[in-house]
Design a protein around this ligand. Sequence first.
Ligand code: FES
Length: 319
Amino acid sequence: MTNDLMVRVAQRIEEADGICSFELVPQDDNQLPAFSAGSHIDVHVAPGLIRQYSLSNDPAERHRYRIAVLREIASRGGSAGMHERVRPGDLLRVSSPRNHFALAEAPRSLLLAGGIGVTPILAMARSLHAQGRPFEMHYCGRSASRMAFLDEIAQAGFASSVVIHADDVPEQKFDAQAVLANRSEGTRLYVCGPTGFMDHVLETARRLGWPDEQLHREYFAGVGAAPLATDSSFEVRIASTGLSCQVPAGKTVIEVLAAHGVEVPTSCEAGVCGTCLTRVLQGTPDHRDTFLTDAERAANDQFTPCCSRALSPLLVLDL
Ligand code: FES
């Protein structure tokens, strides 16, 4: 990628059980490319292994990026690689920041973080606070020992706008219904965290009448469905060449196309980043990504071949 840059790992801190933060700084005296709250960078963890991590530091900072990585139990290599191999002094290739989860203009913002989902939400809180824009943040986790940045939040100038919900403290239990029921006109909701948490929050919000355009969410890598042995097979056809190939159970469209010499750019390979997004000219995709919005999915004119499949026997791709 042309906008990649090399950064040095200046610090690595064990922030909570299973969570490490990494402070990434320029190799020279130059500033890093600017970013806005909600941005992420691609990190080249190892050759061919790229993962997306949200930036959690103050978006006004140009001297560092800070990411935090939860070691996934079922790691496909990304989080384990970061935890096991990346040390202070190492050089890492990263992309310039990109933002699919940007703050919108709104009279008020409601920020909801679940677990490691605190990373972009924390940058949002810093940004809103710096701009004097009203917000409320709720940070949920299974226990305080598994929640990163609690001390930092307690000492921040916006600490009074943050409510901590640790599941093992009964009086702190998160009640999505109560938090979401109290909505003033035009409030925007931003939610980031594990899939179950986000689905619960978004379903509750919709049930309470929040308009879709006021709901913003960011999923994490690793939630895209891997191909299953029980999936059915289907045919994909390349519109430009007429090449047809069968995608069997247990293989992704990307894998099958690559075996036929058709390379589609990928990054997360989990339906999160949108890098592989491909137009669909005919057929109905079986969307398994978390990148497209519900409306985009319903249009059925594009899909993410790294993890999505087909509901129809044939998909014709605009490649
Ligand atoms: S490679 Fe990230 S969505 Fe497909």
